[in-house]
Ligand binder design. Structure first.
Ligand SMILES: NC(=O)c1ccc[n+]([C@@H]2O[C@H](COP(=O)([O-])OP(=O)(O)OC[C@H]3O[C@@H](n4cnc5c(N)ncnc54)[C@H](OP(=O)(O)O)[C@@H]3O)[C@@H](O)[C@H]2O)c1
Length: 338
């Protein structure tokens, strides 16, 4: 940790594409200054995300127009952060020095793997009172996908039968809590065999192992399916829907996602079933999570906290699917409380 008042800070820097442990390095870099519309956040906690794994390796190649052709377009990764406002640029009314904030910064240059990050004020949401920085850093990506999938695209209603595929991952942890809050009748979670106990603890009524059971072939029908791992053709998912059922996916194989989007356009013209792919709107209405937290509390599944210097190995650990919960990084002492 560099001392307060120092003109440099510690950051995990990416200079080329490759295996995360080889290409991510902890370095001293200049302390950034906020531009107009930005604030500087003293980062307390950050989290590891698909983007970090993808960016560090520069794979898949189809993403290179976004990642950068020969060199990474971003040098400090880290898509989610939580911390305190430490300096204000011009035109950042609404935020004050010392405010505790969090957000998804993947659309504004990343930067969570550092002691300080300059972020547009509009990308930040106040951390609800009582929530730790580590918990807040685990929210933006996964909770927003869960809300947009279940509520905005899926139109989840009280009394419905809902299935979450990939139920023990980042999205699933928030999805079950949103479903309970909405008053659905029954929620089934599908994930790996080793996570079935965890699914029941989270409140899923039924826990199904994807290694042994194909949920599209059990004869069960669902009003709403939220998928984080689309890997089957649309007709398989259609089979598992009630006559007015909706299938919404947030992720999976690119080829399958394109098929789902095409099937969704076709189904919208013929019949009542619906299929769609969520395009994440970052930080959109995170205040709904604040309201849920105040109303009923939130359960978090955190893997960590890990130290900033361990980011290279933790990105590989994430890519190898060895994590059990959202991988969170304690950037500055005190991230576990507020
Ligand atoms: N739509 C957008 O705009 C957007 C933006 C960002 C990210 N995304 C995508 O959104 C998704 C995020 O999901 P997440 O954060 O919940 O991921 P996650 O934390 O990696 O969780 C995925 C879960 O699915 C399980 N799983 C693996 N294979 C499965 C299978 N065949 N069937 C059922 N479950 C399986 C995993 O368990 P094991 O590892 O134990 O097998 C894990 O528990 C990712 O697909 C990401 O690419 C979408």
């Amino acid at each position: 940790m560099n001392p307060p008042g120092s003109s440099t800070m510690k950051a995990v820097v990416l200079e080329r594409f490759g295996p995360p442990r080889q290409v991510l390095q902890l370095e001293d870099v200049p302390l950034p200054e906020p531009a107009p519309g930005q604030v500087r956040v003293r980062v307390r906690a950050t989290a590891i995300n698909d983007w970090d794994w993808t960016f560090a390796r520069g794979r898949p190649m189809a993403y290179r127009p976004f990642l950068g052709w020969s060199r990474p377009r971003v040098s400090i990764l880290g898509a989610e952060l939580a911390g305190d406002v430490d300096a204000l640029g011009d035109g950042t009314g609404g935020l004050a020095l010392g405010d505790a904030v969090y957000g998804d910064v993947s659309e504004c240059g990343f930067g969570g793997f550092a002691e300080y990050a300059c972020v547009p004020a509009a990308a930040l949401t106040p951390i609800p009172s009582g929530m730790s920085y580590l918990e807040a850093a685990s929210i933006p990506h996964a909770a927003t996908l869960a809300m947009q999938g279940l509520l905005d695209e899926g139109g989840m209603q009280a009394g419905e039968r809902v299935l979450i595929n990939g139920a023990g991952g980042g999205v699933g942890v928030f999805a079950i809590q949103l479903a309970r809050d909405c008053g659905v009748a029954e929620v089934t979670g599908v994930d790996s065999r080793r996570k079935l106990g965890q699914l029941r603890e989270l409140g899923y009524d039924h826990a199904v192992a994807y290694e042994t059971t194909d949920f599209t072939r059990t004869g069960e029908r669902y009003d709403l399916i939220l998928d984080t791992k689309t890997n089957r053709p649309p007709r398989a998912y259609r089979r598992a829907l009630t006559p007015a059922g909706r299938y919404v996916t947030v992720g999976g194989s690119t080829a399958r996602l394109l098929q789902v989007a095409a099937a969704g356009r076709w189904l919208a013209r013929f019949g009542r079933r619906r299929m769609s792919v969520v395009a994440l709107r970052t930080n959109h209405e995170l205040g709904r999570i604040d309201a849920l937290y105040q109303r009923r509390g939130l359960t978090f599944r955190l893997d960590g906290p890990h130290a900033l210097e361990s980011v290279p190995e933790r990105v590989e650990y994430f890519g190898g699917a060895l994590h059990g919960g959202k991988v969170v990084i304690d950037v500055a002492a005190g991230a576990a409380r507020r």
